[in-house]
Design a protein around this ligand. Structure first.
Ligand code: NAP
Length: 259
């Protein structure tokens, strides 16, 4: 299917691996030129080269921490005018509600709420001026169904969701389509690191911890970055123009709800 976005330019944050990379791959496959980002230079450059070689699109790689003001300035300078913004960053660590202090919340809010908001504020006015834009925020299933040990994530992402709900409706009239993409469990380093914590706590192997978690998902497995990226590319396509401020859940049916 031709998504109608060949020749557009996208900034995909936190995209050397995992879900961000899945989004970058799917956009590249649709003919979109990319600015990709991650903190570690090596894996980022490898991903950039793989995308160029496979899809023949232009890829600019910026090694920077997107959750810092300096990192964002570096990325924005390299990105210039983009048509598509995919917001992403690493998620906050798991823990216990009694342990989190103000500073832990500030860090989580900075990374997973205020960083996407800052990038939206920097890039959406240009999209509105040009009459076309797409923003996809990678949030989490925890926005719809809390994951107790991820209270920092639950809080920060719920805040971003509220912001997007209102803002998406303020910019829609200028051709900018903004939505959130909510991953359930996907097979990435993040999932492995969370499973490792469970395995250590319960004295079981990593494989047993993953099988235990997969058994609770109606699809019976973890999602893939490729499936996730394909949905992201659709939300960035010409066909998503009437989807405004939605929260698209990709969780293999894990959330047991009618709507
Ligand atoms: P991942 O496999 O750990 O990949 C994270 C990617 O982001 C890497 O490329 C990493 O590269 C980059 N990154 C992390 N922090 C960054 C920062 N501060 N600045 C720039 N780049 C950064 O994670 P993932 O599973 O794809 O998850 C992506 C997001 O979805 C996270 O917020 C996660 O909490 C959320 N999520 C994931 C799942 C899941 O099952 N995978 C479920 C729900 C929500 P560097 O380390 O080199 O920076």
């Amino acid at each position: 299917m031709d998504l109608g976005i060949t020749g557009k330019r996208a900034l995909v944050c936190a995209s050397s691996k995992g879900l961000g990379r899945g989004c970058a791959e799917a956009l590249a496959e649709a003919g979109v030129d990319l600015v990709i980002n991650a903190r570690s230079e090596g894996p980022l450059q490898e991903t950039a080269q793989a995308l160029r070689d496979t899809y023949g699109v232009e890829v600019t790689a910026v090694a920077a921490d997107i959750t810092t003001e300096e990192g964002r300035a570096q990325v924005l300078k390299a990105a210039g005018d983009v048509d598509i913004l995919v917001n992403n960053a690493g998620g906050p660590p798991p823990g216990m509600w009694t342990d989190w202090e103000r500073e832990d919340f500030i860090k989580a809010l900075d990374a997973n709420m205020l960083t996407p908001i800052a990038l939206i504020k920097a890039l959406v006015p240009g999209m509105m001026d040009r009459g076309w834009g797409r923003v996809v925020n990678i949030t989490s299933q925890s926005v719809k169904s809390p994951i107790a040990v991820l209270g920092l994530s639950n809080s920060a992402r719920a805040g971003l969701t509220g912001y997007v709900a209102g803002t998406s409706r303020q910019v829609a009239g200028k051709g900018v389509v903004m939505n959130n993409l909510l991953p359930g469990i996907h097979a990435t380093d993040r999932a492995t690191s969370l499973d490792t914590g469970v395995a250590e706590k319960e004295g079981i192997t990593l494989e047993e911890a993953a099988a235990q978690r997969a058994a609770g998902i109606p699809a019976g497995r973890y999602g893939t970055a490729q499936e996730f990226g394909a949905t992201c590319a659709f939300l960035c396509s010409q066909y998503a123009g009437y989807m405004i401020g939605q929260n698209v859940l990709l969780d293999g049916g894990a959330l047991n709800a009618t709507m």
